[in-house]
Design a protein around this ligand. Structure first.
Ligand code: UD1
Length: 421
């Protein structure tokens, strides 16, 4: 197993290019199963999650070629079963459920299971497919879908759950509905930019969809989809993570190849703390501010403050000489990083789903355990400012979602090395 050794205190400066979005790439790659034709997806980040999705497509029978960020898929004939062995390693594998239902109408996809950030149910995905006329049985850990042609039809449905709208649930229902006869209206749809990116790809494939990026998506089913080419949007969470790094240490960094509008909740939060940002057309610059003020943030669905940035803002709060709070409403248990940051000397009090961080005290390097993707990134951020050596174990969590994070940080001046246990 690999770990990352971070020698804290090295100033960051310079520019960094942001990669394509992981959370866009995964459903877009799954959507290539909706056609027999060739699809070309560009700017796919080199991550273990995208590699895993490429493997799933291959195991389902698609021909897949991958070379430096470009994935070409031809899913002429596909299998209808995605067994547990294939899906268990990545929760997002569930996004093959919609395309398999849409194209084959009969499929079996194993339930991927929970993870440390919560039990992560898929009830809303299933509710949406049932509304389209699919019969669903959950049996022995498998989701069995049967959507006979005569009952598989467009419908009006609502995907709003008790923690807000569901991103992959919206993706799955849209990917099934594009091939269902008639009109589907999804109320309470997720409005995240990654959902909009998937819709843009589906439209290029011949789908008829309106309302992407809003909570009401209308789909007019078509008989079949054709091949298409698409370039994935920039990763707003990777971008936000680098903005935190730039705010925490050094002389200022610029993130490039981003869509600043997608980062508005994050840049507004940083500005409110007193950080000065220079926002260009496709770039954002930021530098530390020793007199920055604390923040009170609550995670919400887009365009609110993203849950995927909560852990990194906990790390940021540690260097702000003030009290900050952050409340998690999407995944209320997503605070695994708190105990690890406390081992580095962070003063964080966790009450229910709210973390209260008293920043300003110098963090000290320590061996820490990465628990999930974003928590791991937050520990690396804490390591960048800590005194001495921080050892971030279970580096594979970071490799799931950050393309060459250690190399990008090193190019900005960070002192870190990847080592084998
Ligand atoms: C996606 C993102 C993930 C992000 C999350 C929330 C991908 C690959 N992953 O995950 O990085 O943190 O959105 O922005 O895009 N829920 C239900 N029933 C369901 C589905 C979800 O109750 O059927 C709940 C979840 O437990 C959670 C909330 O709804 O509380 C939002 O989850 P959801 O948007 O579905 O997360 P993912 O799509 O899995």
């Amino acid at each position: 197993m690999e770990k990352l050794i971070v020698h804290g205190g090295a100033p960051l400066r310079g520019r960094v290019n942001i990669s394509g979005s992981k959370n866009s790439s995964l459903p877009i790659l799954a959507a290539t199963l909706l056609t027999r034709d060739t699809c070309t997806i560009r700017r796919v980040p080199d991550l273990s999650d995208t590699n895993y999705m490429v493997r799933i497509l291959g195991e389902l029978g698609a021909e897949v070629e991958r070379a430096s960020g470009v994935v070409v898929v031809k899913a002429e004939k596909i299998k209808s079963v995605a067994p547990y062995d294939l899906v268990r390693k990545m929760r997002a594998s569930i996004c093959v459920l919609g395309p398999l239902t849409g194209r084959l109408r009969k499929c079996t996809v194993s339930l991927p299971g929970g993870c440390v950030i919560g039990d992560r149910p898929v009830d809303l995905h299933l509710k949406g497919l049932e509304a389209l006329g699919a019969e669903i049985q959950v049996d022995g850990g498998d989701i069995r879908v049967n959507a006979p042609k005569k009952s598989f039809k467009g419908a009006s449905l609502n995907l709003m759950g008790k923690h807000g709208s569901t991103v992959l649930g919206t993706d799955n229902v849209m990917m099934a509905a594009v091939l269902a006869k008639g009109t589907t209206v999804i109320e309470g749809a997720a409005a995240e930019p990654e959902v909009e990116d998937l819709v843009n790809f589906l439209i290029k494939m011949g789908a008829k969809i309106e309302g992407a990026g809003t909570h009401r998506v209308i789909i007019e089913g078509v008989k079949e989809l054709h091949g298409a080419e698409h370039t994935v949007i920039p990763d707003r969470i990777e971008a936000g993570t680098f903005l935190c790094a730039g705010a925490m240490i050094g002389e200022g960094i610029t993130i490039r190849r981003v869509i600043p509008e997608h980062l508005q909740a994050v840049t507004e939060a940083l500005k409110k703390c007193g950080f000065v940002l220079e926002i260009g057309k496709e770039s954002i610059s930021i530098a530390p501010n020793p007199t920055a003020k604390g923040f009170d943030l609550t995670t919400l669905c887009y365009p609110g403050f993203p849950t995927d940035m909560q852990a990194q803002f906990c790390a940021l709060a540690c260097i702000i000489n003030d009290v900050s709070t952050i409340t998690e409403t999407i995944f209320p248990q997503r605070f695994m990083h708190v105990a690890e940051m406390k081992r580095m000397g962070a003063d964080i009090d966790l009450q229910g789903a709210t973390a209260r961080i008293r920043g300003g005290a110098k963090l000290k390097g320590a061996p820490v355990m990465a628990s999930d993707l974003r928590a791991s990134a937050a520990l690396v951020l804490a390591g960048l400012v800590a005194e001495g050596r921080t050892e971030v174990n279970r580096l594979y969590h970071i490799d799931r979602g950050y393309e060459h994070l250690d190399e990008k940080l090193a190019a900005l001046g960070a002192e870190l090395e990847r080592v084998r246990d």
